[in-house]
Design a protein around this ligand. Structure first.
Ligand code: HEC
Length: 102
């Protein structure tokens, strides 16, 4: 009987460990970023700090500045779709870099 109690306790601890490994800072602001590989400092840093929501905010802010160079810039200029996966158009990354994105 004692052994069974110990077993329950151990599996309880393992459960807590598993649960807490999913609640790190990256998911604190919601879902993680979807792009498997992040090549920009801007998005990579934002994703690490606050998940996809932070990346979205960072992009919005960055786009505001980039609009000074290209007034008709829109999320759809570089992304073929928006939430939840934000896939890039073939030239999305190139445009980002051309506009001074890092
Ligand atoms: C000039 C091109 C460009 C524009 C305009 C742009 N993006 Fe992006 N966006 C990118 C690139 C390039 C990446 C990938 C960054 C990387 O690989 O590190 C990205 C990544 C993202 C991501 C991260 C996706 C993920 O889950 O991995 C989000 C969210 C995002 N963009 C939202 C937006 C929103 C919202 C707008 C409009 C306000 C916008 N973007 C406008 C180029 C652009």
């Amino acid at each position: 009987m004692k052994k069974l109690g110990l077993l329950a306790m151990v599996s309880g601890i393992v459960g807590i460990l598993i649960a807490s490994s999913f609640s790190g800072p990256a998911s604190a602001g919601g879902a993680d970023c979807k792009h498997a590989k992040l090549d920009t400092v801007l998005v990579k840093t934002a994703c690490a700090a606050g998940g996809q929501k932070a990346a979205k905010d960072a992009m919005k802010k960055w786009m505001k500045d980039a609009k000074k160079q290209q007034a008709d810039l829109d999320c759809g200029t570089c992304h073929s779709k928006l939430a939840p996966a934000y896939p890039l158009k073939a030239d999305g990354m190139q445009r980002f870099k051309t506009l001074g994105g890092k």
